[in-house]
Design a protein around this ligand. Structure first.
Ligand SMILES: Nc1nc2c(ncn2[C@@H]2O[C@H](COP(=O)(O)OP(=O)(O)OP(=O)(O)O)[C@@H](O)[C@H]2O)c(=O)[nH]1
Ligand SMILES: [Mg+2]
Length: 331
């Protein structure tokens, strides 16, 4: 990698003692599990902003996927893992399915349907507080093509009148043969346990895929990039978050602390100025918020160094897709 274009920003000084290189990959231990084990992959699909990532985090009981009030936050199909009784539930949090325009959009839609294709069960999440629109129509239109059970979950019921909710459930059930319908609030955890117990009953019998204490299969480096990307989504607006990408370039871990280097790629000089902010104020804020959350997750002191680089046309560079775990669409 070429030299950074600006000094790294760290809100804590790093230190220069030699540190062991961590690979971020867990060493697979033998999976201990009950005799009557069940295990299944559940793809959570739905329109952008329906609350899919919030739901996966609620079901897993840990933050495995980033959330924002903006659409198209999730880019890659990420897995979150939960245990309920003798069942291991592996949730695939997919990007929102929408009408793809840019190449990145197409990669995200493919990742979403790809995630659904790998699943034993599809969980279709619909924002009940929103009118049915063409996003939902497009998804519903393809539901009859899938050959696994589809469960409907109406989300955000904290924002809907009961009568409207029942009418929505009925009209969707007239169009697709759902195996079950749930009404939930992913944000308030309302109905989450019922949904989880149901899933635990219907996933196929079979051995667990992951150790009991694992909540995500994503390498820590990717999760760390995602956390910083979430802070960018919270702090910056308009097209910038969509045109920014974060890569973790270095990870040095010691017993009690970890040094993480990340690069934020933007597509134009003007965007770089916004990300850095006046006197570096914005990047410091992003760095501080990301570092705090990473420290909590890693249970270690984190020294986070953020670099900002302009890379024109990263959206057409296959390597940038691979780094984010996406397949590169040819056209
Ligand atoms: N009121 C309310 N808001 C919710 C609920 N669930 C999620 N949200 C909010 O909806 C917004 C979108 O949530 P996400 O989990 O990022 O949605 P997503 O479906 O993963 O979005 P994409 O990844 O962009 O497709 C966030 O602001 C959430 O806090 C809910 O049950 N009630
Ligand atoms: Mg999401």
């Amino acid at each position: 990698m070429s030299a950074p274009e600006m000094d790294p920003v760290a809100d804590e000084p790093g230190d220069d003692e030699p540190a062991a290189e961590a690979t971020g990959e867990p060493i697979a231990p033998a999976v201990v599990q009950p005799e009557d084990a069940r295990c299944g992959f559940i793809a959570v699909i739905g329109a952008p902003n329906a609350g899919k990532s919030t739901l996966v985090n609620a079901l897993v009981g840990a933050k495995v996927s980033i959330v924002s009030h903006k659409v198209q936050t999730t880019r890659v199909a990420l897995r979150g893992i939960a245990i309920d009784g003798a069942s291991q539930l592996i949730f695939i949090d997919t990007p929102g399915i929408f009408k793809p325009r840019r190449r990145l959009d197409r990669a995200m839609v493919e990742a979403a349907w790809g995630g659904a294709g790998d699943a034993d069960i599809i969980l279709l999440l619909v924002d009940a507080a929103k009118k049915l629109d063409e996003d939902i129509d497009r998804i519903i239109g393809r539901m009859n093509e899938v050959h696994v059970p589809v469960i409907l979950a109406l989300n955000k019921i904290d924002r809907v009148e009961k009568g409207d909710l029942l009418a929505l459930a009925q009209s969707l059930n007239e169009r697709v043969k759902f195996s079950a319908t749930f009404m939930i609030s992913a944000l308030n955890r309302n109905g989450i346990d019922d949904l989880k117990h149901h899933l635990a009953k219907v996933v196929p019998a079979g051995p667990w895929h992951y150790p009991a204490d694992e909540v995500s299969d994503a390498p820590m480096r990717l999760l760390a990039s995602e956390i910083t990307r979430e802070k960018i989504y919270h702090r910056l607006h308009e097209e910038l978050p969509y045109e920014a990408t974060v890569e973790t370039t270095d990870w040095k871990e010691k017993k009690k602390e970890v040094r993480i280097d990340q690069t934020i790629f933007v597509t134009r000089e003007s965007q770089k100025a916004i990300v850095v902010g006046k006197g570096g104020a914005m990047i410091k804020q992003i760095s501080m918020e990301s570092r705090r959350e990473l420290s909590k997750i890693l249970e270690k002191d984190v020294h986070l160094f953020l670099f900002v680089k302009v890379r024109e046309g990263w959206e057409d560079d296959p390597e940038r897709y691979r780094e984010q775990g996406l397949a590169f669409p040819k056209d």
